[in-house]
Design a protein around this ligand. Structure first.
Ligand SMILES: C[S@@+](CC[C@H](N)C(=O)[O-])C[C@H]1O[C@@H](n2cnc3c(N)ncnc32)[C@H](O)[C@@H]1O
Length: 321
């Protein structure tokens, strides 16, 4: 339940983030777990700093220091950002630099209805939920039965079920369902063929118009998506890449020349240049290499329906190959 509200104390059933100096771990706070034989045994979590008795977390303060058998760590309240770094990977996931741009570009605010496909590991979904709650809703789809099921269980465990519905569906074949026709403020696609989902996005977006975003690793996917967006009446189509670069803060010692001898250069009594001294500075240095490519974000606006051309309105239910 710890995803839902900020709270002071850790309760049984919470998901907490154990922060160690070299790693982060998401731990479900259960005093006992099943072993391989199906017997309930003491829940002891192993880390590079030794073992943690999970039972001891119950009643501790969030943010407090906890003892491990060979060291210590801190227990933090989970956020979508920390969850993206610790979640069990069932697929490739979207990370915080791209997520922050997606939330901005989709114009999401509390109360929005957002449609997402595919759910994957639910990394983006957690951030979407935080943005649209308490009155908005995320409808997320995946054609992989197990992933859709596990995602819904995770949302329930995290106390987020009332803000999200995870469904098992091939959205390219079957769309997002009649119940979402004209209901969405925004549609997000992280699928191998996002262009094929665009007619369904048009159907789902409100008559007042809305935003669309897709994430694709390859530029060929982007090209087909942009063509399809244009064909279906979208405007303001643009593609961007988000590259995060972290400055490394360090102390550097540099030689400093004493230039005072220049003042006396033309005088009758010139002085000799003094040897350089050294001075230490705190500097922020760019990394030697740039971080790797994740994917391109293609964003677009579907204008209000009364401004859409007749052609686009009829295309709305057509299928783009
Ligand atoms: C890369 S993962 C999404 C990761 C997700 N954005 C995250 O941050 O965790 C892509 C997902 O799309 C699903 N998928 C692919 N084609 C689909 C389709 N036609 N309909 C629904 N889901 C689909 C896959 O099963 C996979 O789980």
């Amino acid at each position: 339940m710890s995803f839902r509200n900020y709270k002071e104390k850790i309760d049984e059933g919470d998901t907490v983030i154990l922060y160690l100096s070299n790693n982060l771990h998401a731990i479900e706070v259960r005093p006992e777990i099943k072993n391989k034989k199906g017997e309930m045994v003491e829940n002891v979590y192993q880390t590079t700093f030794g073992a943690l008795k999970v039972r001891n977390l119950i009643g501790s303060d969030y943010g407090s220091r906890v003892e491990l058998s060979k060291g210590w760590g801190h227990v933090l309240q989970p956020t979508p950002e920390l969850w993206s770094l610790t979640l069990p990977h069932r697929t490739q996931i979207i990370y915080t630099p791209d997520i922050s741009m997606i939330l901005l570009q989709l114009d999401l605010v509390p109360g929005c209805i957002v449609v997402e496909a595919g759910t994957g590991s639910g990394s983006l979904t957690h951030a979407l939920i935080r943005r649209v709650r308490p009155h908005g809703h995320v409808h997320t789809f995946d054609f992989h039965d197990h992933r859709a099921k596990v995602a819904q269980e995770e949302f329930e465990e995290h106390g987020l079920a009332e803000f999200v519905t995870a469904r098992h569906r091939d959205v390219l074949e079957d769309g997002f369902g009649d119940e979402l026709n004209g209901k969405a403020d925004a549609v997000f696609l992280d699928l191998p063929k996002p262009w094929a989902g665009i007619p369904h996005a048009v159907t789902a977006i409100k008559d007042d118009g809305g935003r669309f975003c897709s994430f694709s690793p390859c530029i060929e996917q982007v090209q087909r998506t942009c063509l399809a967006l244009e064909q279906h009446g979208f405007q303001d189509i643009s593609t961007m890449e988000v590259l995060q670069s972290e400055l490394k803060v360090s102390r550097r010692t540099v030689p400093v020349r004493d230039l005072s001898f220049l003042k006396h250069k033309e005088s009758k009594n010139p002085v000799e240049e003094k040897p350089s001294s050294e001075k230490s500075y705190v500097v922020g240095a760019w990394p030697a290499s740039t971080p790797g490519h994740t994917g391109y974000l293609t964003v677009a606006t579907l204008p209000p329906s009364f401004t859409r051309s007749e052609k686009n309105k009829t295309d709305k239910i057509g299928k783009f190959e």
